[in-house]
Design a protein around this ligand. Sequence first.
Ligand code: HEC
Ligand code: HEC
Length: 593
Amino acid sequence: MRLRLCWQLGLGLALSAATVHAQEEELARQAYGLLKEACHSCHGGSGQQSGKILVLNHGNLVAARGGSELPFVMPGKPDDSLLWQYVESGYMPQSGSAQAKSFRPEHKNVLRKWIAAGAPAWKVREVEPVDDRTILKSIEAHLGTVNPNTAPHLRYFSFAHLHNNDQIGEDELRLHRAALAKAINSMSWERATVLPQPVPGTHESVFFIDLRKLGWDKPALWRKVTELHPYGLAFDEVRDETIAELAKSVKRLAGHGQQLVLRGDWFIVTATRPPLYHDLLGMPKTLSELEKDSHIHLDWKRNFVQTTPDRQLLARAGFAQSGVSKQNRLLERHELPSGGYWWISYDFKPRKARGDLIRFPLGPKFDGNPHPKFAFDHDGGELIFSLPNGLQAYLLVDAKGNRLDDFAPADVVFDRSAVSGLPAIINGLSCMNCHREGMIGFEDDVRTSDALGGEALRKIRDLYPPRDVMRKLVDQDRARFVAALDAVCGPFLKNGEDAKRSIVSFPEPVGRVAERYQTDLGPHEVALELSLSGREELKIVIRNKTELLKYGLGPLAAPAPGTIKRDKWEAIESFSLFQRVRQSLGRGEVPVN
Ligand code: HEC
Ligand code: HEC
């Protein structure tokens, strides 16, 4: 509207650079709004993936995709852009969806105009940049206010590079904070929940925790974390003397030389998977050790033998149609003496005789099992159990009950959403993403089948309760988890107009952070991770430093810029590429630890 008016007044003939810029900004803003309304919930909004496109990640849209595939959006060339082709043909928004119904020709037109204008990046927030100096200064001030006995136990998580990115909305920043809160509390055996606290002066881009409150105050434990941290930096020797002085002062106040500041997004995505997930939780190597843990105290064999309908120590459901397994699946619930629940699945490889739960529902075999003839023979299991704070922990085991450290064999269970970066299910991260409300529903088919009779049937009726009984147990457990989730994530998500939303209506935060984190980095993201002002400065820096070309950063400065893979950026060979580049820019050194 405003555009047309300009032309009619004849001003269009002499559009000043400033006007063009303002028009581009407006177009970008409109495109962002539209992609958010019409596409985001299927493309990057839910943790559920539809192709590889993340519509609100500008870098992802315009970046070269490798191989022969063109970027989703070719700036200036709508007809060559897959995004436009799909929209133009009416293929997207996907037909039948609510988004398709409210999608109008004028919406289409906005997308076309935006691409034709060079697909300018949008700016969705006013940013007051938080740079290295601000971070150090704020931490120095913060450490100055705490008890010297407390200081050594504090650790900081930075999201400054995301805060500084004006293409990322406030809602996404909030999800990162919520993800940090969920992650740390999902790896703590303490009864009280812990909220990461913002460091004053950082616009909520840096948070701190007290390791003691999570039971993480063992020096060797935190060293394991920092050894894997590819974004660790020291500033004691940098050229900028103010920064070097600040860094030394911070170290004095902290009372130790260990890495103090970790990248928040790295921590969320890395600490929630093995090995750190198991280390931080102190997860035993076998199921039987875990059962003996003082918080758990589970005697499942006794529960198997002693369960009766009026004393449901154990409750089972067996079925053939699973959301994650192609085979039969058996789920079993126990109540923990300390409160909370213990769920274990028995999973089976394909085409296995003793994997038929209708014929063999009374496994597994163990000394004292009264029905060994009808015992199944399983290949692995997945476990969910309550932590004392009401959140839950996860474990994958093989047939013998040994902890699996890499991932579940894909012929047993698999994850279509590939949140771990692979279709394989990885303990921790993958589980959190799917089990967003704790429990997922299912229905038993074993109780009502009539394959067995006599004593065995009586035992089946004891162990496999009617569906409504099981449904109540699942609902009860879900409510317990969701209440804890609300306590931990609510303070970060339920703000402003979202204050009254239910906690489960937000995207699952850890999976969402993983999704952004695993996307290839464009020049804008790389610049901000390096504490540069943006891609223009990055371009200049790359042109002036041949070293950086040697490290493979050249494509980031090309006219149609390429991307760099997260894996490559953070792979550690004595130090990471990130650290190498920082050091060569004089913006930080590799820390001793
Ligand atoms: C209701 C869900 C839904 C909505 C809304 C939706 N899409 Fe899609 N989109 C899908 C699914 C599912 C696929 C994968 C199927 C396919 O590629 O045929 C897909 C694929 C795509 C792809 C190809 C991705 C790739 O990796 O090859 C593009 C581009 C795309 N959509 C653009 C859009 C745009 C632009 C909008 C909004 C105007 C939109 N979509 C809205 C569900 C949706
Ligand atoms: C791809 C999504 C997905 C992932 C990833 C996933 N699950 Fe599940 N899980 C399900 C579904 C769906 C059910 C419901 C039963 C079924 O359909 O198999 C379920 C059920 C369970 C149950 C029974 C309790 C309940 O919620 O119904 C346990 C225990 C369990 N999963 C453990 C795990 C563990 C441990 C992990 C991580 C190693 C994990 N799951 C990862 C989808 C998933």
